[in-house]
Structures are given as C-alpha cells and as structure tokens.
Ligand binder design. Structure first.
Ligand code: NI
Length: 254
C-alpha cells in the first residue's frame, strides 16, 4: 500500500471533512501516513492525530518560517513529544530564504537546535530547504547528518546536490512537482537518485500534482506521483509503491 511520508492533516482546510477523508484512505490504497508538525500548535495536533488513527504516525518540529515562536520553555515540549511511541521523526525543520522573515540567523539557530535534538533522541530528521541549498547542506554536515539520517522533503535541487545527500545516506521526498511540465531539473535529479532512496509525499494541502494542480492536495493524489516516477525510472507503478513503502519503513523504523 502507498506510504505517504509528508502531509499536514492538522491544517484547518481539512476541518470540514477530515474524518471522512482520512477514513477513506485504506479503501483507496493509502496504507500509512506521516503527519508533519510545522508549528507548536501543529505538533500538538499531530500528536492527537496519531492517537486517534492507527495508521497515522507523526513528526514534531518547527518550520523555519515559524521559528519566531520558539523559546527555551516551549522547545522542551518538542523533546517531550519525541519520546512518544508514534512520533518517528524530528521536523519539519531547515531553512527557507524565500521570505525575509524570520532572518537567517534565527532560522539557523533553531535548525541547529533541532538537529542536536534529533541526534539526542535518535530520530531521523525531515528537512525543509527552499532557496537555501548551500547553508542547509553545510549545517547538516556540521551536525553529524550522516549519523542522524533523514529525508529532504519536497526535494527541489539539482542532481549535484542530491549526490551530497546520498553521501550522508539521506532519502528524498518526491511529490506533485514531479508531474509539472516545467520540472526538468527535478526530473533529472529523480532519474539520478537510486530507487532505494525515494519516498512518496504530497505536502498536503499544498502542491497538488497534475491534473489537480492548484487545488487542495490530499494523499489520494499520490498515484499520479507514483505513476510519474514509474515512467521516469522505467519500472512498474506497483514496484514504485512497494519500494517507496519499504524505504519509508526503513527510515522511520516501522
Ligand atoms: Ni510540509
């Protein structure tokens, strides 16, 4: 069954039909979901989702755009949540230089703190990196990335950068962008990355694949992503689903 490695079902856009939507997943071939915390409130809601649904696991972390809310006191909450059985990763964390605020210094500081936390609690990291390729890589390398392990979510860099992450044994989250006509650089990178290192993800509610681009995304769109990867790799759809599930179970210890 399809393993969804990155979704945000705590998002308010799912408030009206969350129960119905999540309840439909097994019948539609979606077997397991990792819900990703991006803010403290999102982490709290993620923990609640893992307690309510047997097939949902969680990651707790604070997205680079949200680190302004962090302080010593609430950072301790992240550590506490990491000890829960169904929390399987730290993230999403990383750097996002698309927006001017919060500034790079603050983003780097809390990114480093979350990497240190991941190493201490022995969980893999889920990396968000946008327009910050060089700094993200340098910080992960300086903080024992190869020992921590993890996934670069919504990987959007070229294959030279993929090689650097492969050297640390990292995985790559591939989502709806792979179906876009203008995703030439990403398609080259995915052709280069070994199948054993690819995870399926949506980043729901964002980044819906073609033909649903621009609409609310859900894990039900993952077959479009798996199909696109199958075509690029010259293997069957079933092989993509099977291998990406095995990859995710290996990374998250499930
Ligand atoms: Ni995300």
């Amino acid at each position: 069954m399809i393993f969804e490695s990155h979704a945000h079902y705590d998002d308010e856009v799912f408030d009206e039909d969350r129960e119905e939507l999540l309840g439909s997943f097994h019948g539609q071939g979606i077997g397991t979901v990792i819900n990703i915390g991006a803010s403290l409130a999102g982490c709290k809601a993620t923990v609640a989702l893992t307690q309510k649904y047997p097939f949902i696991y969680g990651a707790v972390g604070v997205h680079p755009s949200e680190v302004g809310e962090l302080n010593e006191e609430n950072f301790a909450l992240l550590r506490k949540w990491c000890a829960l059985d169904k929390i399987v990763a730290v993230g999403e964390t990383g750097l996002d230089y698309h927006w001017p605020e919060p500034g790079p210094a603050l983003q780097k500081d809390w990114f480093e703190r979350q990497l240190v936390l991941a190493r201490q609690v022995k969980l893999p990291v889920i990396i968000h990196s946008r327009e910050a390729a060089k700094d993200t890589l340098e910080i992960i390398q300086a903080h024992h990335g190869g020992e921590i392990g993890g996934v670069v979510h919504c990987f959007s860099y070229a294959k030279e950068m993929a090689r650097e992450y492969l050297n640390m044994d990292f995985y790559f989250g591939i989502g709806g962008v792979i179906t876009f006509n203008n995703a030439k650089k990403l398609k080259e990178a995915v052709a280069y990355i070994p199948m054993e290192k690819i995870l399926l993800e949506t980043d729901s509610p964002y980044l819906a694949p073609e033909p649903n681009r621009g609409k609310r995304n859900t894990s039900l769109n993952l077959p479009c992503v798996a199909q696109a990867i199958a075509q690029l790799k010259g293997i069957s759809y079933e092989e993509v689903v099977e291998m990406t599930e095995a990859n995710a179970r290996r990374l998250f210890g499930l």
